[in-house]
Ligand binder design. Structure first.
Ligand code: NAD
Length: 349
């Protein structure tokens, strides 16, 4: 790559250590927040509520995946009625996504306490869904101002949530490596992010608590990649499949090796960096072998997709042009999706 690039990065405060949530009161004070809307399921948010005490002005306990617009509107109303001056999200991408939607309507600062590896906490990307169609956009004002990573929170994630979530994170870095606006900084961050997640994955599958710290570190780096670069075919595919009702992180897990196989020959530097991180000259095969060995989902069929939905997905994917290192053709997408649907071994060139 020739050294010519533009790199934008938002100022953001990140705390990363076991027990970091104990500092949430001080972090709220730092932002001058006195009345917070707390978003998060009681199971993970209760401790945060205890720590913040009277700073919590209202609570939303049931954030729904992909931020239904009706829930976003309701949450905005709750925030206004409680005279909230900020929002704190404790949970995965669903809780953080709802907090961003509230920030968009109320222009509040957000504090994010991630309990999965989705990476949403590091981005200015918002999304809301109406009738199964998700609209996304970017707004620097809704990006969490403070992110508190506490590996003790992710240590309790069950393996069937933790493993797909970590592969979801890895997908951000993989696509950053072949994005049109990548730069030397994002290349470094992406490679290190994939390495950290590859290292963490076996421990996440076995429920080893120390793996959650490595995975959270990787998720942070991969979240930076998602925020700093333009995503390509993989995220487009998963976005469309999510709109058809498939679960987010599990869909990323099935599709990623197939997209790496599709693009690798057209993005040799990215393929080489992914290969180095996964320790193989055949990155797509290595990724698929890794996820299969951890008993992660391996077919879209097992996630509930019907074979006849493939044609609909191809139409939706072809409807809007976007960047990708390899030309995206209807036949190419059809073949890729069919292989992912059937759980076929990746077709690596
Ligand atoms: P999620 O937030 O729905 O969490 C997945 C599951 O994990 C849920 O069942 C949740 O209850 C459970 N969970 C969370 N924390 C837990 C814990 N500590 N212990 C046990 N269970 C726990 O899903 P997700 O995969 O984290 O995020 C997906 C959503 O985020 C999607 O809507 C996706 O589009 C969005 N997303 C947005 C961005 C962005 O930048 N805007 C980035 C990534 C993902």
């Amino acid at each position: 790559m020739s050294l010519s690039f533009t790199h934008d990065q938002l100022a953001r405060r990140v705390l990363f250590h076991a027990g970091a949530i104990d500092q949430l009161g001080a972090e709220a004070d730092r932002l001058g927040l006195k009345r917070l809307l707390l978003i998060g399921r009681p199971r993970y948010a209760r401790r945060v509520q205890e720590i913040l005490g009277s700073r919590v002005a209202a609570v939303i306990e049931d954030p729904v995946m992909h931020v239904p617009a009706a829930q976003a509107a309701e949450a905005g109303t709750r925030a206004a009625e409680a005279s909230a001056d900020g929002c704190i999200a404790v949970g995965g991408g669903s809780a953080i996504g709802l907090a961003k939607a509230v920030a968009k309507s109320q222009r509040h600062p957000v504090i994010a306490v991630p309990t999965t590896y989705s990476g949403s906490e590091m981005t200015q990307v918002w999304g809301t869904t109406v009738d199964g169609v998700k609209t996304t956009g970017r707004d620097p004002a809704i990006a969490p101002r403070t992110v508190v990573y506490d590996p003790r929170l992710t240590a309790t994630l069950p393996a069937d949530v933790a493993v797909p979530s970590a592969v979801n994170a890895m997908a951000h870095a993989v696509e950053a490596l072949w994005s049109p606006d990548r730069n030397p900084m994002t290349d470094l961050v992406a490679a290190e992010g994939i390495r950290a997640l590859v290292r963490a994955l076996p421990g996440l599958a076995d429920g080893r608590p120390e793996a959650s710290g490595h995975a959270l570190y990787g998720a942070w780096l991969c979240g930076i990649c998602l925020d700093s670069t333009t995503m390509s075919l993989h995220h487009k595919l998963c976005h469309v499949l999510g709109g058809l009702g498939l679960p987010h992180a599990q869909t990323h897990t099935v599709v990623l090796p197939h997209v790496v196989a599709y693009n690798a020959g057209h993005a040799p530097e990215a393929a080489s960096a992914i290969g180095t991180a996964v320790g193989s000259d055949h990155p797509a095969t290595a990724l698929q072998d890794l996820t299969r060995s951890l008993a992660a989902p391996s077919s879209l069929c097992e996630l509930g997709m019907t074979e006849d939905a493939i044609a609909r997905a191809v139409d939706l994917i072809m409807a809007a042009p976007y960047a990708n290192p390899r030309e995206v053709t209807p036949d190419g997408v059809q073949n890729l999706l069919w292989r992912a649907w059937a759980g076929a071994t990746v077709a690596e060139v």
